[in-house]
Design a binder for this molecule. Structure first.
Ligand code: NAD
Length: 290
């Protein structure tokens, strides 16, 4: 029982963002704290972007040991960090804050979670050519992490919306930090280029919102002849768990990797940053992600 766990020494961790009421994070972290007999608890606070400075002050005043950060606060917290991990600095966003006696370090674990989830499916990124659809929050974290982890080439495809401009910045940042990695930006509507780049790639990733509930009949890849055996295909969308994009890829014999594992492993990475320990991911997966 929770009541027995909370004492005068219990450390507090939290999630900030808005909305947070639907989040699975409190269940995932509290289960893990209890299982590993860690004297800590985790709650969610609904924090709008304007309230970020107040929330940061509260972390320090109340000695909140760590926090996950979700939309719309992921970029807003950056300037309050005393230190940033290399990935958080390059991406310009933070999803995990560690409070070490008032010194705040910002990390982004989405990209690490994505790469770990691929690994769990037998797919590595080192030396690989990767085509990634999208240039938003999830896509940027993945693009940067794949570059940091030794991808040979990354082809970013996005529609010509505001995120296309953001992709240009991401490319500049990757070129500066990881000059060995070749990064290209193309229009997602250029289907010829898309087919060409996918045919040269080892891994294809949907990191757009396309296919997410309630638009689950949509896929960012309309021409299913782009899928071929030997191509690993991953989605960031986790609602539904198996998107049309993944269904089409599976039908063509591709190795498929769903978005739910990325969610699990980004949490596991944050847990390790908080506690130095491995999250009991098998049980968490069974209980909360199946
Ligand atoms: P975002 O708003 O930052 O980016 C949205 C992206 O989708 C942009 O690249 C945009 O150009 C593209 N897009 C939007 N509409 C499109 C359309 N009609 N056609 C083609 N491209 C289109 O969003 P985000 O925070 O990066 O989230 C994207 C998806 O990733 C969501 O489904 C979210 O739930 C999921 N996500 C998953 C995880 C995970 O752990 N699995 C983590 C973060 C986000």
């Amino acid at each position: 029982m929770m009541e027995k766990r909370i004492s005068g020494t219990t450390g507090l961790y939290c999630l900030i963002g808005s909305p947070v009421g639907h989040s699975g994070s409190p269940a995932m972290y509290n289960y893990s704290f209890k299982k590993l007999e860690i004297d800590s608890a985790y709650v969610a606070f609904d924090i709008s972007e304007e309230k970020v400075p107040d929330a940061i002050n509260a972390f320090k005043t109340l000695n909140i040991r760590g926090a996950n950060v979700t939309m719309p606060c992921k970029s807003a917290v950056v300037k309050y960090m005393d230190e940033l991990s290399p990935a958080a600095r390059i991406v310009g966003a933070v999803n995990t804050i560690v409070n070490n006696g008032g010194k705040l370090t910002g990390h982004i674990t989405d990209g690490v979670g994505f790469v770990r989830n691929l690994q769990e499916h037998g797919v590595g990124v080192k030396g690989k050519k990767i085509t990634i659809l999208g240039a938003g929050g999830a896509a940027t974290a993945i693009e940067v992490q794949c570059a940091l982890d030794g991808a040979k080439e990354i082809n970013i495809f996005n529609i010509k919306d505001a995120f296309y401009e953001k992709a240009k910045e991401t490319i500049e940042n990757i070129k500066k930090e990881v000059p060995k990695c070749v990064v290209n930006l193309c229009d997602l509507e250029d289907t010829q280029k898309l087919t060409e780049k996918i045919s040269e790639s080892d891994i294809l990733v949907n990191a757009t919102r396309v296919g997410m509930h309630p638009n689950q009949e949509q896929s960012p890849i309309k021409d299913t002849s782009n899928f071929r055996k030997g191509l690993a295909v991953a989605d960031v969308v986790y609602n539904p768990k198996k998107t049309k994009f993944l269904e089409d890829a599976e039908a063509a014999g591709c190795t498929i990797v769903g978005g739910i594992g990325m969610l699990l492993w980004q949490g596991a990475e944050a847990f390790k940053l908080y506690t130095g320990l491995e999250m009991p991911t098998e049980e968490v997966n069974e209980l909360y992600f199946k």
